[in-house]
Design a protein around this ligand. Structure first.
Ligand code: APR
Ligand code: PHB
Length: 396
């Protein structure tokens, strides 16, 4: 078997890369260790930046997104038992976010791939990467009970945080930057109409909470919990009680309850490896970096990475230019670190840290008041939240 680009992982990064390459006339094979059904039903993040939406629409996979996505022009920050509105669009020249589940993006990309007859292998196992430090990379794997070797020009490691691609790089060639947080998020998906139009990020004495949604029928909610939280200790009634306590302010607004469709605990960490390239292996998305979910940046960073990689590969094949490939890691890391900072800042602003010193609590309070009282501070939040334009990080 031979292709131009071997793509490992069929999450948003791998699938969108495959799609953009297909449009540029570059052959790729996508291989994924889980089933199609599994990746299409995996509940993950749901906030798309303006640039992400624009790219999906411009590349022909935005039709359902434009129909079903919920466009939001603001968010609320809740503290001191009051909701404070942050306008996202005013300070950003009309940019906005769109709420649309990551698994819906994945479904749209898989549908486009299969319609084009592009090679996509689910349920592969034993994926191993070879020869990427030279000119003849290959990937070996098992599929349908047989071992295969896929020869290629480049390998794209889009296999997430727990994948094999990053691990295949000699550790001495990578610098790792890491921070873990002393809490996690307990998330639920509930069959209940969202009781508010916009997302609510709550700083509460009992811990952070987030009100979000997926559709006019489905509410998505999160609670700060312990990092080793046992879901067995959280029957639905306890979750609702805690959500009511953290998200309601006594002004008559009530969360709508409904059957809990899904429940999970998400760890919180920041993690970056540098560089995002080793020889002919390029890392993209969660394989290269993780952000805590508070800034809603994970999927958007994956999209920005593969946009840069697709452009660099198009320049390589179309114009015999390798400057964009050489600059790939540096270009991506500029946006990555901006998002790492923003996600860390949102996390530090809104969570209760165990054993938190009173000094830190006062700093959080001062920052919350500043960000809601000062148009300049609010604009900084808005600009980061809707996502900085691609061009911001593209200068060489
Ligand atoms: N071989 C093949 N596929 C693999 C392997 C492997 N050894 N290991 C992991 N995978 C697959 C996973 O099953 C998954 O489908 O790679 C895919 C990686 O996808 P994601 O984890 O969704 O990562 P990415 O595409 O970078 O998207 C980042 O995902 O985790 C969220 O919040 C994160 O929104 C962000 C987005
Ligand atoms: C979500 O809807 O899943 C969501 C929204 C905002 C975040 C994180 C997750 O910051």
């Amino acid at each position: 078997m031979r292709t131009q680009v071997a793509i490992i992982g069929a999450g948003p990064a791998g699938l969108l890369l495959g799609h953009l390459l297909l449009r540029a006339g570059i052959d790729a094979v996508v291989m994924e260790d889980r089933s199609r059904q599994h990746v299409e039903q995996r509940i993950r993040a749901g906030v798309l930046e303006q640039g992400t939406v624009d790219l999906l629409v411009a590349s022909g996979v935005g039709e359902r997104l434009l129909r079903q996505g919920l466009r939001h022009h603001g968010i609320d920050l809740l503290f001191d038992a009051r909701r404070h509105h942050i306008d996202l669009s005013g300070p950003t020249g009309g940019r906005a976010i769109t709420v649309y589940g990551q698994h819906e993006v994945v479904k749209d990309l898989i549908a486009a791939r299969l319609a084009a007859g592009a090679p996509t292998l689910f349920q592969v196992s034993g994926v191993a990467l070879h020869g990427f430090d030279g000119n003849k990379p290959s990937v070996t794997f098992a599929h349908g009970g047989r071992r295969h070797t896929l020869h290629c020009d480049f390998i794209a490691g889009c296999d997430g945080f727990h994948g094999v691609s990053r691990e295949a790089i000699p550790p001495a060639a990578l610098q790792v930057f890491e921070r873990s947080y002393p809490f996690a998020w307990l998330g639920i998906l509930a069959e209940a109409a969202p009781a508010a139009q916009e997302l609510i990020y709550a700083s509460h004495a009992r811990g952070f909470a987030l009100f979000s949604m997926r559709s006019p029928q489905i509410t998505r909610l999160y609670l700060q919990c312990r990092p080793d939280e046992d879901l067995g200790q959280w029957p639905d009634a306890r979750i609702w009680q805690e959500l009511h306590a953290r998200l309601e302010t006594g002004d008559g607004w009530r969360l709508n309850e409904g059957p809990v469709l899904q429940k999970s605990v998400t760890p919180m960490r920041s993690h970056v490896v540098e560089p995002m390239q080793y020889g002919r292996l390029f890392l993209a998305g969660d394989a290269a970096h993780i952000v805590p979910p508070t800034g809603a940046k994970g999927m958007n960073l994956a999209v920005a990475d593969v946009r840069a990689l697709a452009r660099a590969l198009a320049a390589h094949y179309g114009e015999r230019r390798d400057d964009l490939l050489a600059a790939y890691s540096v270009t991506c890391l500029r946006r990555v670190w901006r998002a790492e900072h923003f996600s860390w800042w949102m996390t530090a602003l809104l969570h209760r840290f165990p054993g938190q010193a009173p000094f830190m609590a006062r700093l959080q309070q001062a920052e919350l008041e500043y960000v809601t009282a000062s148009p300049a501070a609010a604009a900084t939040l808005a600009e980061n939240y809707v996502g900085l334009p691609f061009a911001t990080f593209e200068g060489t």
